[in-house]
Write a protein that binds this ligand. Sequence first.
Ligand code: GDP
Length: 310
Amino acid sequence: MITVLSGGTGSLKLVQGLLNLIKPEETTIVVNTADDFEWLGLYVSPDLDTSIYLLAGLLDENKFWGIKGDTFHFLNMIKRYGYEDWFSVGDRDLATHFHRTMLIKKGYTLTEATASLCHTLNIKVKILPMSNEKVSTFVKTEKGTFPFQEFWVKRKGKDKVLGVKFEGIKEAKPAPGVIESINKADGVIIGPSNPVTSIGPILGVPSIRETLEDVNVKKICISPIVSSEPISGPAGNLLRGIGVEVSSFGVASIYQGLIDEIFIDNCDEALTESIKTLGIKVFCTNIIMRNEEDKMNLAKLVIKRLGAEK
Ligand code: GDP
């Protein structure tokens, strides 16, 4: 079994590649839920939703969020009624948020609601939220402190970041199955996700980081940074905001003590020696997944380096 720690973009592209090589039943993804928020009274979990849509074959892969071919009649109508429309929710996407909210109202935990959605959509990969407790990301910027979605979607991530906090994280517990998925894995992958607001909260849930540190299995990270920029998203602004260099060295320094090896891009080969001083092995290759072939090639190398080929 392979366990992947994931946000909602880079790691999921890698999971697509991995699924050419390993059975879905032998794949677990532990997903960040610190971006979750309430939208018009509904429980929205952006990274879980993207994971579910991707693995159900429903994802709009051009945007890498939402359902392909979705319509926006509901959003347009509520805009006419005076509601804000900066968070785009399509009509079919709305059905997911509605259903999850109903399940939670009935007493399901987030883990149970996720499992139910996966069962209905015939998803065999185990998708686990990092925690069933509420954890909320706030980004402190020059213009004020904003909940993550407001910082990233409404304000387009433009404000200079000064810091990040995860409300509720100290009281959160790993969701059922998370610790076991790490302890029983044949290899653990920290996917190429945002180290600050996607992987950061997963590792911040008490005992997840410690379990990863202690587990006797190979742990590989794929850097989400090429040269001095992320491939997409606000990771650069966020890394700078927490005082970490925007490079694969900066990413490696966050995961020091946790990973055995980091995959960095060929163009960053010059960072190899400095990363090695952190006690982390370095593997240089193409880490940009532009198409299915890139995803598969990267996944093949990761499985090989994990020593988890069948
Ligand atoms: P979010 O929840 O949408 O922010 O998703 P993630 O945290 O999972 O993914 C965002 C990160 O994925 C960014 O930091 C990107 O640099 C990284 N990323 C996106 N595409 C790729 C890719 O093809 N290769 C690598 N190595 N990283 C990628």
